[in-house]
Design a protein around this ligand. Structure first.
Ligand code: G3P
Length: 218
């Protein structure tokens, strides 16, 4: 399973990269706005900076909702770096855009996915990645992990090439469950990735080993 970090924050991307397990980055207009990135030139420069750090797939989202607008934006974004993956919303025009871009060899990430039916359409259109939003499904009392299971089963039966990129992750436990049930990629905030490290028995065990070593040297 690939690890992506879901942020536009350069310091966090560098920290994840330094950990040695980073395969890519996902962003969205909300995450870019959170970093205070404004204006097309600054936005493009920020994507280029992210690509140069991560040296892996970096999702950059279009803000158009019509086919022509999405294509124009996607083709411009793709000039930034070969690492750019164009994030396209799961709407009718988006499916048309994904089909067009996949035939042009431009990588896509179909975003705002909340059902297996949407997942089938995105795969048929040739999306590189599919982003089901686990946390937002849970927010409305449904089950985001069940969604991952269902999509993974459909994609396996149908032998679709589209990679399941579990998004809207809110906890380390959700990363484990996505891995267990067949996500190809998990994108999450750095905190949830670092949360995978934590176990009290590791801390207690390490302290005991170090203490025993110190005692043996007296
Ligand atoms: O990758 C999509 C993600 O950024 C959405 O996360 O926490 O806003 O639901 P969240």
């Amino acid at each position: 399973m690939k690890f992506f970090v879901d942020t536009a924050n350069l310091a966090q991307i560098k920290e994840a990269k330094d950990l040695g397990i980073l395969d890519g980055v996902t962003t969205n207009p909300s995450l870019m706005a959170k970093e205070g990135i404004k204006g097309k030139n600054n936005i493009f420069k920020h994507y280029a900076d992210i690509c140069s750090i991560v040296e892996g797939d970096v999702s950059a989202e279009v803000i158009s909702v019509d086919f022509e607008g999405m294509i124009k934006e996607a083709e411009e974004l793709a000039t930034i770096s070969p690492y750019i993956v164009v994030k396209i919303p799961m709407i009718k025009e988006g499916i048309k855009a994904i089909k067009y871009l996949s035939e042009k060899g431009i990588k896509t990430n179909c975003t705002l996915v909340f059902s297996a039916g949407q997942a089938i359409l995105a795969a048929k259109a040739g999306a590189t990645y599919l982003s089901p939003f686990i946390g937002r499904v849970n927010d409305i009392t449904w089950d985001g992990i069940e969604l991952i299971k269902e999509i993974a089963e459909v994609y396996s039966v149908q032998m679709f090439d589209t990679e399941i990129l579990a998004a809207s992750i809110r906890s380390p436990r959700q990363i484990v469950e996505c891995a267990k049930y067949g996500a190809d990629v998990v994108t999450s905030p750095l905190n949830s990735i670092l949360g995978l490290l934590r176990h009290p028995l590791t801390d207690v065990g390490l302290e005991k080993f170090l203490q025993d070593y110190r005692n043996s040297q007296k």
